[in-house]
Design a protein around this ligand. Sequence first.
Ligand code: COA
Length: 117
Amino acid sequence: MIKGIGVDITEIARVKEMMENHDQFIDRILTPAEKKQCEAFADKRKVEYLAARFSAKESFSKAYGTGIGKEVSFQDLSVIDNELGKPIVTTDKVTSPVHISISHTEDLVFTQIIIEE
Ligand SMILES: CC(C)(COP(=O)(O)OP(=O)(O)OC[C@H]1O[C@@H](n2cnc3c(N)ncnc32)[C@H](O)[C@@H]1OP(=O)(O)O)[C@@H](O)C(=O)NCCC(=O)NCCS
């Protein structure tokens, strides 16, 4: 059974601008584990990675049903690529499995989250 689905489209340039203009932006969006994985990437991939996490967390907040705010924050889930590059979600917000898929164009990142019942 599915408890919730959420999708999001994020403009990569907007995330780049936030990253460059706000010192705390990366720490607000990425968990320590994500930040560690992100630091290994070169500049362009770094922004894509950050934009995908931003988008994933918005998607999760929609699947959860509350949006980003008091109930769900950007620190409430980690999306870490495994050794094959597949993103894996970990969160304390739900005990059931959470699935994610991510897709990029040059300008946009799209994410989908499914929370199982
Ligand atoms: C729900 C949220 C994720 C919406 O994101 P958004 O980027 O403003 O807007 P999107 O176009 O991606 O999504 C809008 C849709 O979300 C859906 N939505 C709104 N509230 C929702 C909720 N509680 N649960 C599930 N879906 C919801 C609606 O379908 C809405 O479409 P509509 O406007 O046609 O009704 C909202 O929590 C949010 O804006 N968070 C902002 C997070 C933030 O802090 N940004 C600043 C950057 S540091």
